[in-house]
Design a binder for this molecule. Structure first.
Ligand SMILES: *Cc1c(COP(=O)(O)O)cnc(C)c1O
Length: 494
């Protein structure tokens, strides 16, 4: 299996090289040259998460030796996860929540980031690289902490995380700035997630900077969802969710299901699309957005228009206007037309929008939820079912309600439940009528636990007394300079 670039099809590299490089030099994203089919899927229903993970990942990471890949999987999906199923499926009302937030940082990013360091170390070994790897990451809140947690104190690797100072939840921020590990570096930037992401992309595309690092024995890599080392592990849980339904007798062999994904950078839902292309019986992929509804508009009109203000919502991990992974979907559905992708991405960079005529996204449905609808959904779910959902998951739940009203489709449905409600305490608490005015986040969380009788996850309870270890803050223009300082490499002029 080879990987190519969405913007240049002459690129042909192995999976381990794609994991190390993160993003292609032409600005494109790495994609598998074909999406492998999985046969006899229904026979896999007795497999546990790790066994299934191996079946799926070995189709994509073909230059890893079986035993080495098994080792990576073993180390990733262990007791770091508080549930033995790793991704439990919970039936509430007429839907099934696939709970992806039982990892160490309480968001679905752990599902892939818990394995990425092991994949990367193995990839470095396979390619006989004798440099130190610097992981450079922009975060809308959850990736940052999940990456810090998984890469902290891994030798041979340093990790730098940029987060938007005012664009993450109180808990998300505290999780990051209290991060331990001498190889970690956390910086708040004055701007939003797109600023952070663009800054990071510019650094990746800066050849002089790459050379400077190279001379100092470093190479750059990425832990963002543009890295295939994140995308591929995310395919696993869609199979796992489906097979759990099958095993529990909730669906018949080969019965189609719908999947709803609260979407930001389009990574998680793209993994569901890959699962479908591999043969998983999926009817609709439902793309749920918050008030930053750029993907809803795109799915419904074929116009991707970022000329709008980014709105800060209670689902900050979806406050994104440039959904990077959409580029991969467009590459696949355009018949792998790299020139077409280059033109569209150029349009987006130059004029702020692109338009695709006769866009055929028949497997996709897109809608969005307002802040009010998010609160209402959290409230309704709790009052009716005593089940607490976070604002991202509430966006997905609400969009599914809209989908049902509009289509009368009663296909069994899995909703990707992407974060613990305690990570977004004040929104969740106020939605279920707890007075949060002038209260400290940790007190709010305690009240939330009291009212709902749900235990506060330990990773959050511990945060209150943790020391702040990172107080860096900068403007977008200074990101490169701060990295130079952290790595102690001499600066370059530009
Ligand atoms: C990152 C994140 C999302 C969005 O996932 P994408 O892969 O960026 O679409 C949704 N919910 C939560 C809690 C997240 O952390």
């Amino acid at each position: 299996m080879k990987y190519t670039s969405t913007r240049n099809k002459t690129v042909s590299i192995s999976s381990s090289e794609a994991i190390i490089q993160g993003i292609s030099k032409d600005g494109g994203l790495f994609v598998p040259t074909n999406i492998p089919k999985l046969n006899n899927i229904m026979d896999l229903k007795e497999m546990n998460y790790k066994e299934l993970a191996f079946i799926i990942m070995s189709k994509f990471f073909t230059d890893f030796k079986s035993n080495d890949l098994k080792n990576c999987i073993d180390k990733a999906y262990d007791i770091k996860f508080s549930k033995k199923e790793i991704a439990p499926l919970v039936n509430v009302g007429d839907v099934f929540f696939l709970e992806l937030f039982h990892g160490p940082t309480l968001a679905f990013k752990d599902m892939a980031l818990s394995i990425l360091p092991y994949l990367l170390k193995e990839a470095i070994r396979i390619n006989k690289i004798d440099k130190e790897v610097v992981i450079l990451t922009a975060t809308s809140g959850d990736t940052g902490k999940a990456a810090l947690e998984s890469f902290a104190n891994v030798d041979g690797i340093k990790i730098v995380v940029f987060f938007p100072e005012d664009g993450v939840s109180e808990i998300q921020k505290r999780q990051m700035i209290t991060q331990e590990g001498i190889n970690t570096f956390v910086v708040g930037i004055n701007g939003n997630f797109d600023d952070a992401q663009n800054g990071v992309k510019e650094i990746f595309n800066n050849n002089d900077f790459a050379n400077l690092l190279y001379k100092n024995n470093y190479i750059l890599s990425s832990a963002n969802s543009i890295n295939i080392g994140r995308l591929i592990p995310q395919i696993v849980y869609y199979f796992y969710g489906y097979l759990t339904l099958l095993k529990e007798g909730k669906i018949k062999n080969n019965e189609k299901i719908n999947i709803v994904v609260p979407t930001g950078n389009f990574g998680n839902i793209l993994a569901a699309y890959y699962a479908k292309e591999m043969g998983l019986p999926i009817n609709k992929l439902i793309c749920a957005s918050n008030e930053n509804n750029i993907l809803t508009d795109f799915i419904n009109t074929g116009i991707y228009d970022k000329r709008r203000e980014l709105i800060l919502t209670s689902s900050p991990s979806m406050d994104i206007l440039i959904s990077s992974n959409l580029e991969r979907l467009l590459f696949h559905i355009s018949g792998e037309d790299d020139m077409f992708i280059r033109t569209k991405m150029d349009d987006l960079a130059r004029q702020g929008y692109y338009k695709i005529d006769n866009l055929n996204l028949k497997y996709f449905y897109g809608a969005y939820s307002t802040e009010k609808q998010v609160s209402f959904s959290i409230n309704n779910m709790f009052v009716k079912n005593k089940y607490l959902i976070d604002p991202h998951t509430a966006v997905a739940y609400n969009v599914h309600e809209k989908y049902k009203l509009e289509t009368c489709d009663d296909t069994k449905t899995i909703i990707a439940s992407t974060a613990s409600p305690f990570k977004f305490g004040s929104k969740v608490a106020s939605s279920i009528d707890i007075d949060v005015k002038n209260k400290d986040e940790f007190n709010i969380i305690k009240e939330l636990a009291g009212k709902t009788n749900i235990e506060i996850p330990r990773a959050i309870a511990n945060l209150e007394n943790k020391e702040v270890l990172h107080e860096n803050n900068c403007n977008k223009e200074n990101m490169k300079y701060l990295i130079e300082k952290f790595l102690e490499v001499g600066g370059i002029d530009d």
